[in-house]
Design a protein around this ligand. Structure first.
Ligand SMILES: Cc1cc2nc3c(=O)[nH]c(=O)nc-3n(C[C@H](O)[C@H](O)[C@H](O)COP(=O)(O)O)c2cc1C
Length: 443
């Protein structure tokens, strides 16, 4: 009788190659004949910030006193060419997420939360909403291949411009917004038909290479009277070369988004199999900036899987000037909240697993355009929650920096880090803990 025995007690063994998730994916594809699209970022385990540890000071280094000694967190972004660079109080910024992917209330809340702590937020593939502009002290305006919602007046209303060449979740791929989220307002802003699936371009229409980017950046500077910093955002893949080319093209700030980076809707196969981990991308980007002699003069913003102050501090120790968060910001707003557990289950998901941002049925009212669901979301409360989270992230990063003896987050350096896996040591180019071995460098 095996009736009351668990799977393990019956001696059954799950295949590592054909595990249950793989079997379900094959079955789903066989039933539907369509590939899986979802939001969120890579779910597979990848070398990440958790594989790095800080070497807190004790005797050979001198720590700073937790609550008494200063540890500054401010950062200036885009001073290379722009008349008005961004002066932020914390290096934790909000990544570009589109109105369309997110409800207008969620976009407003991102602006509110970011402004409360003196950081920036970013538009997305879908243009600038008045609510978002109104509530954002520092608003970065994305200039994307799709050009949805793009107009020169909004460029001038922005505080900085981000030319998006790619995203970590899908380097080489274009945007996607399914018909159920193309409401009258979203359609109006994007000049698209309502209710019809939209797939946007993977490259700019007037782009055949880096020379065109240089021309484009100059054009954007002229339109905005050389006032605004110009960022260039790339998905992490051939990062060393991409960062070099972005700098040569005139970028004031380079944004590198690693493969753990979130998305609103992309093919699952893309999310899990294209790009390189954030950890591997940072040293490549820093090396490119150093090679050109512009590290710190051209700022580096890193995103992709940044979840807390330790991740932010590690990215900065590896050479980033600032970080950007997407998924963690949505969670702070209330995404995947256990309060909606029953509703997630009714959608075939669960709180903590919900990634169907493409579906437009988000019970938390964040990744939806449904008027009833959106009405559940309170932008003021959401903004407060996000501000709290950003404050906590900043204080966590400060705590670590002080322990490493640093009076500014930007003083963190690779020397403060060790790795606990060989993969992370090789990618981040820091030694394995307790050794001076950095795999792959011969050091
Ligand atoms: C809901 C959602 C919508 C997004 N929309 C855009 C977009 O319009 N343009 C863009 O460049 N990136 C977009 N991204 C990617 C983010 O800008 C950022 O690169 C990514 O979320 C960072 O990784 P993280 O989510 O792990 O923090 C989106 C991400 C999410 C989660």
């Amino acid at each position: 009788m095996t009736d009351n025995l668990s799977v393990e007690q019956r001696g059954l063994r799950e295949s590592a190659t054909y595990d249950r998730t793989t079997i379900a994916a094959i079955q789903r594809a066989a039933e539907t004949g369509i590939y899986d699209i979802r939001g969120w970022g890579a779910k597979r385990k990848l070398p990440h910030f958790d594989d790095l540890l800080f070497l807190g000071a004790s005797m050979s280094r001198y720590p700073l006193e937790g609550y008494r000694e200063r540890c500054d967190t401010d950062v200036v972004l885009g001073g290379r060419n722009a008349k008005y660079p961004l002066h932020l109080s914390t290096p934790v910024t909000i990544a570009g997420m589109s109105f369309g992917a997110l409800s207008a209330g969620a976009k407003e809340a991102l602006g509110r939360g970011a402004s409360e702590v003196g950081t920036s937020t970013t538009t997305g593939d879908g243009g600038m909403t008045p609510e978002e502009r109104g509530q954002s002290k520092h608003l970065v305006y994305q200039y994307l291949p799709s050009r949805y919602g793009m107009n020169p007046d909004d460029l001038r209303k922005a505080d900085a411009i981000e030319v998006v060449l790619g995203q970590g979740a899908k380097p080489g791929g274009g945007g996607m917004l399914l018909g159920q989220k193309i409401s009258e307002r979203v359609a109006g802003m994007r000049t698209l038909p309502q209710g019809i699936d939209q797939r946007s371009a993977c490259r700019h229409p007037d782009w055949t290479g880096p020379d065109d980017l240089a021309i484009k950046i100059n054009e954007l500077r002229e339109i905005t009277d050389w006032e605004k910093p110009i960022y260039v955002k790339v998905g992490a893949s051939r990062t060393y070369y991409d960062v070099k080319l972005a700098v040569h093209s005139g970028a004031d700030v380079v944004v590198v988004d690693g493969m753990q980076g979130g998305t609103a809707a992309t093919q699952e196969v893309f999310i899990e199999h294209v790009g390189i981990p954030t950890l591997a991308a940072i040293p490549q980007a820093v090396q490119a900036l150093q090679k050109l002699g512009v590290h710190r003069e051209v700022q580096l913003i890193v995103s992709g899987g940044i979840r807390n102050g330790a991740d932010a501090a590690k990215a900065m120790a590896l050479g980033a000037d600032a970080v950007a968060i997407g998924t963690a910001a949505l969670i702070a707003l209330g995404d995947n909240d256990p309060r909606y557990a029953e509703e997630y289950e009714a959608l075939g998901s669960a709180a903590g697993y919900y990634d169907d941002f493409q579906d437009g049925r988000d019970p938390a009212g964040i990744s939806t355009q449904d008027p009833e669901l959106s009405a559940r979301f309170d932008p003021v409360l959401g903004g407060k929650r996000l501000a709290n989270f950003l404050r906590v992230m900043t204080m966590e990063a400060q705590t670590i920096a002080r322990a490493c003896g640093k009076a500014h987050l930007q003083h963190l350096e690779p020397e403060d880090l060790v790795a606990i896996t060989i993969e992370a040591a090789a990618m981040a180019r820091v030694p394995m803990a307790g050794t001076n071995w950095i795999p792959g460098t011969g050091l």
